[in-house]
Design a protein around this ligand. Structure first.
Ligand code: AKG
Ligand code: FE2
Length: 380
């Protein structure tokens, strides 16, 4: 793929988004009109376009937030520290040289009564957050806020689980550098370490970074960036910047998520090859997979199982003549349900043939059962 500039759209139908961006896995910027009605765009921002600190403090002052120290490296990320939102705002305003960046803040949980935004219909076919909503006991989701001053930034990375992300700017500008999949060998050293900062790196260690085909652009206030699956990216804030971000996924990146898990499993097995004859080696491998990748085979199956369940119910509702969920445009037609179930079945089929599945007690049986059910319903 050879893209030299990002597409910007002021209007986009679901079908166009699926055809032009989601299915081919290509980034796009949605114009400010898409987020014009979000309370956060008005309440959090002053008339001159800067953060409305008084309002933000009124909403969130006691919340505990995670703050990255942008100049301090910690393994392959920035060093992080916890503090109250009020303390963070104080540092942001009075100590800009500390480059503190409030990241990955689950802000909707800090004040559930205040609805800062309504996810865009185009970006709402979101199995990852749907799954966490269906499992409240896990107490997790992938809905975040990022806030920081000029020069705060996020190092070069690929999103968790090969998820998509979207990032909507409430105020300020973000400079993005994106790298399409398939170029990992150009920014990884012999030990599998990747470049931390594309704007300042050791050319002896990473001699091929200059060969990367990058896609660079600036995201302005109100604009939403769609980050496709497996695209590496680095982000720099220009001026005081606030964004709302989700990681998300659905039938279009499900097989990419699974491929990622499968290759992570192979890497863990390889790293532990010297102790392969220990008791319950496979159990340990899955434990380390979970620690490294955030999930493992059982959890990935639990995720697919929960989503398949929701879809199977929807098929029944649809054939029983009940109206579909009005909010989510992806559920509006039977063909989109079929497509989702077909893709779920295809990943289940691959899982069934994967030795990694057989290495987890009882999992192959569960996968086979769900596969049968999915195929059967799709035939009806
Ligand atoms: O805005 C940032 O600093 C990082 C955003 C990001 O990495 C994402 O949306 O995936
Ligand atoms: Fe990201």
């Amino acid at each position: 793929m050879d893209l030299d500039r990002i597409e910007r759209r002021e209007r986009l139908s679901v079908d166009e988004f699926v055809r032009d961006f989601l299915e081919p896995n290509i980034p796009v910027i949605l114009g400010p009109a898409f987020t014009a009605s979000w309370p956060a765009r008005h309440d959090w921002v002053t008339a001159s376009g800067s953060p409305n600190f008084a309002c933000l403090l009124e909403l969130y002052s006691d919340a505990q937030v995670q703050v990255a120290l942008c100049d301090k490296v910690y393994f392959s990320d920035q060093q992080r520290t916890d503090m109250s939102f009020a303390e963070f705002v104080d540092k942001w305003q009075n100590c800009p040289e500390a480059k503190m960046y409030c990241k990955d803040w689950h802000f909707t949980r800090s004040n559930p009564c205040y609805r800062a935004y309504q996810p865009l219909a185009l970006l709402s076919n979101d199995w990852i957050n749907m799954y966490f909503d269906s499992r409240p006991e896990l107490n997790d989701d992938y809905r975040f806020c990022y806030m920081g001053g000029n020069g705060t930034w996020t190092p070069f990375h690929e999103d968790v689980y090969r998820s998509y992300s979207w990032s909507a700017n409430m105020c300020g500008h973000k400079k993005w550098i994106m790298v399409a999949p398939g170029q990992t060998h150009l920014f990884t050293d012999g030990l599998g370490n990747w470049v931390y900062n594309l704007l300042d790196y050791d050319k002896n260690k990473y001699p091929r970074v200059s060969e990367l085909k990058t896609l660079e652009f600036v995201q302005g206030p109100g604009e939403t960036v769609f980050v496709p699956s497996g695209w590496w990216h680095q982000v720099l804030n220009i001026g005081d910047t606030i964004s709302i971000n989700h990681n998300w996924g659905n039938e279009f990146n499900l097989s990419a998520m699974y491929d990622r898990l499968r290759s992570d499993l192979a890497n863990v097995r390889y790293a532990l090859r010297d102790i392969a004859d220990m008791d319950d080696f496979d159990g340990h491998v899955q434990m380390i997979l979970k620690a490294d990748s955030g999930t493992n085979y059982q959890e990935f199956f639990d995720f697919i199982n929960a989503i398949a369940d929701i879809y199977l119910q929807r098929v029944q509702q649809k054939s029983g003549g009940k109206p579909m969920d009005a909010f989510d445009p992806y559920f509006s037609s039977l063909s989109s349900l079929d497509r989702a179930l077909r893709r779920i079945a295809s990943v289940l089929q691959s899982m069934l043939e994967d030795p990694g599945t057989a290495s987890v007690g009882g999992l192959a049986h569960s996968v086979a059962q769900l596969l049968d059910l999915t195929i059967q319903v799709n035939k009806e």
